[in-house]
Design a protein around this ligand. Structure first.
Ligand code: SAM
Ligand code: SF4
Ligand code: F3S
Length: 433
């Protein structure tokens, strides 16, 4: 049997797509191998959100060029955001690459992989449906691309415009996943609240959540990532009223300063964001909030940065992902704004936010000490069972039995800024959140 190896970096969308593509390759008769040098087909699923991600892609491409000299039968395919749909220069620039295809455009890959495989399957089948690893939690991409063009962001240039999957297709896929043991789905989109806007049918994310809430044996529903501008009060009501929709939202703030937000083209003010967070917390008690922040955006002054510090201090997020601004080719910021915050200063600001958030997350998590939480057990990790609460807290506990897929009631016994440790109380479904 031909072997395949998939190298993946980047966001959850890439991870979900790699799983999907791996599932498809196995369906075609390929088998997974643990090292690229043992593979007949190497697939790179790439990210270019910041310069350092792009450097890693270039490093892997160079490494594979070396491997290929030694094993010429190896074929290399590249997808993800390194592939620029507007330029066909990949194979010319990188002779080690046999095929490249833009993120989410699987048809060409399907045909190519089929021809290279052992030919057992003649029909490409429904690539979108051919997956499902036996994990209790699965990612389901529901909308590709992004129409927002935030001034720093390369994603719309690489993933194209918003393109939603039909509602019936998503529901059918989730039902199929549930039949294979999945108990939690996370609906994915760069801007998941835009789901349905481009569909001829009248569909939106709240409607999709309501439909999935009726799927029997599905226990939990999550969604990622929400643009603050697109989260309405009606949507918050839907989250509050649907029992399977988890109390968690990823709501990138990006900056705590209105002038920087304007230059970023985010389309909301800090005050609007605060009101949104308040509404969420009052309507959805116990909701976990995660955010993304960029420091060192072009022209960001110390005062503007301090506004971000204040926002992080006040809003008390559960998780904050901080990134130093990195100019990306073709974006408005790269074309029109000087990258004028020195690298050391960006790093200082980054460490400052990280340190501040570490303290906040420690306090927030300590607040859960002694509480009982519901954990969907996903896997074994370093001798413990690992899973998440509905509010997306990572929890570890010990138990001799196999707990994969269980909804466990766990009492929290210790808390760090990044995770909780606990003791198993019972492994049946319990009425705690
Ligand atoms: N769609 C999501 C959103 O609206 O925020 C996530 C997009 S991006 C894949 C993930 C995060 O990377 C962003 O939230 C942003 O904080 C960060 N990011 C994007 N472009 C960046 C850049 N040029 N420099 C630094 N960080 C960047
Ligand atoms: Fe990028 Fe903005 Fe779209 Fe998120 S919403 S993917 S940050 S352009
Ligand atoms: Fe990276 Fe593209 Fe995701 S740039 S973060 S893989 S959308």
């Amino acid at each position: 049997m031909p072997g395949y190896y998939i190298w993946t970096i980047g966001c959850q969308m890439n991870k979900a797509e790699s799983e999907r593509l791996g599932g498809y390759l196995e369906w075609l008769g390929y088998e997974p191998v643990s090292r690229p040098q043992d593979a007949d087909l190497v697939l790179m699923n790439t990210c270019v959100v910041r310069g350092n991600a792009e450097q890693r892609v270039l490093g892997e491409l160079a490494y594979l060029a070396g491997l290929k000299k030694r094993s010429p039968r190896m074929a290399v395919a590249v997808t993800g955001c390194f592939v620029d749909p507007g330029s066909g220069e990949m194979q010319r620039r990188f002779s080690q690459v046999n095929l490249s295809f833009p993120a989410g455009k699987f048809a060409e890959f399907a045909q190519w992989a089929r021809e290279r495989g052992n030919g057992k399957r003649a029909d490409a089948g429904q690539l979108a449906l051919s997956v499902a690893r036996p994990s209790p939690a699965a990612f389901v991409p529901v909308i590709q691309g992004c129409n927002n063009y935030c001034s720093y962001c390369i994603v719309p240039y690489r993933r194209g415009r918003e393109h939603s999957r039909p509602l019936a297709e998503v529901v059918a896929e989730v039902k199929a996943l549930v039949r294979r043991g999945v108990r939690e789905v996370t609906l994915l989109g760069q801007n998941v609240n835009a789901y349905g806007r481009d569909l001829p049918e009248s569909a939106d994310l709240a409607g999709l959540l309501a439909r999935l809430n009726d799927v029997e044996e599905l226990e939990r529903i999550r969604f990622l990532t929400s643009h603050p501008r697109d989260v309405s009060l009606e949507f918050i009501e839907a989250v509050a009223s649907l029992d399977k929709v988890c109390e968690f939202m990823s709501l990138p703030l990006q900056s705590g300063d209105d002038s920087v937000l304007r230059k970023m083209r985010r389309d909301y003010t800090v005050e609007e964001y605060r009101r949104l967070a308040e509404a969420l917390r009052s309507r959805v008690p116990g909701i976990g909030l995660s955010t993304d922040v960029i420091v060192g955006f072009p022209g960001e002054t110390e005062e503007e940065f301090q506004h971000t510090v204040m926002a992080i201090r006040d809003l008390r997020f559960d998780t904050v992902h901080v990134a130093a601004y990195s100019p990306r080719p073709g974006t408005l910021a790269q074309r029109t704004m000087a990258d004028d915050v020195p690298q050391e200063e960006k790093e200082r600001r980054l460490r400052l936010i990280e340190g501040l958030q570490e303290g906040i997350a420690r306090e927030v998590n300590r607040g859960l000490l002694g509480r009982r939480v519901e954990v969907l057990v996903e896997r074994r990790n370093k001798g413990k069972w690992e899973g998440r609460t509905r509010s997306n807290k990572l929890v570890f506990f010990a138990d001799a039995a196999d707990r994969t897929g269980d909804l466990a009631c766990v009492e929290v016994t210790s808390a760090s800024p990044w995770s909780l440790q606990g003791e198993l109380v019972s492994a049946a479904r319990v009425g705690v959140r």
